[in-house]
Design a protein around this ligand. Structure first.
Ligand code: ZN
Length: 256
């Protein structure tokens, strides 16, 4: 079974369209989304609609939650973006033709975790599904890693940091290496437990500006894929919206 897993789209329509096109060519059986469909980017409504249509399992992310309820724990720029995002969702949902399928209803009903046998799916971590970060440097915090691994049956798939890679129990962090000119990297899953960060579709932060997602292959290996998209288009849209900091567009050009 092949499952595509996407996360952290952040209102980037150009990136999610390119990724969905790429997924269509990979012949997968299902698409899962680990949350943060909105926040930061210029097309929140369109992205929610696409995820709703294409994904068979969708989780709530901290930005999705922030757009629905009171944003808490965000920096000034992120909070401004969240308030703008909320206004876009409200504007969409107020239209009479959308009264039967409001985006806020869809987002409001999303679960925070999904379990599938020994596989667990969260946005942040198994310990705090909505908002705990597990960064590569956390391998130097064995207590944190042990606590989180205790909550995992076998493999946990997560997003939130926007940094793709596999955490082993050693603990070790294995980043996929995808040089320019290549667009994929296959990593075998360890026989013991692992946490797998799937990377970010709409705001990569690992120095590669291409959209990132992964495919889980028969629960044996993960195939990371990087997808080119017209980031300059998204960047220009962000620059044209006063409530979105220019930085949110600029960072897309560097993958930072
Ligand atoms: Zn995110």
């Amino acid at each position: 079974m092949k499952r595509a897993i996407i996360s952290d789209i952040h209102g980037n329509l150009e990136a999610i369209q390119a990724v969905l096109d790429d997924i269509d060519r990979q012949k997968v059986d299902a698409i899962y989304c680990l949350g943060d469909i909105v926040g930061y980017g210029p097309n929140p409504c369109e992205c929610v609609r696409l995820v709703q249509d294409r994904c068979s399992m969708v989780l709530l992310g901290n930005h999705d939650q922030g757009a629905l309820f009171d944003p808490d724990g965000f920096n000034v720029g992120a909070e401004k973006a969240i308030r703008w995002t909320r206004s876009q969702l409200e504007q969409h949902d107020r239209m009479p033709k959308h009264s039967a399928d409001r985006l806020s209803d869809f987002l409001g009903e999303l679960p925070r975790t999904h379990a599938d046998g020994e596989l667990l799916f969260v946005h942040g971590s198994a310990r705090r599904p909505l908002d705990e970060y597990v960064f590569p440097e956390d391998i130097y915090n064995p207590l944190k890693m042990e606590h989180i691994f205790e909550l995992i049956g076998r493999y946990c798939f997560q997003g939130h940091t926007h940094i793709p890679g596999v955490f082993t129990m050693s603990p070790e962090f294995i980043a996929p290496t995808i040089v320019q000119g290549n667009n994929e990297c296959r990593l075998p899953l360890p026989r013991t437990k692992a946490m797998v960060n799937v990377g970010s579709v709409g705001q990569p932060r690992d120095g590669d500006r291409r959209a990132c997602y992964m495919i889980l292959e028969d629960d044996q290996s993960v195939l990371y894929r990087r997808v080119e998209y017209p980031f300059d288009v998204t960047c220009r849209k962000i620059h044209a919206i006063t409530d979105l900091d220019n930085f949110l567009g600029d960072r897309l050009t560097q993958g930072r």
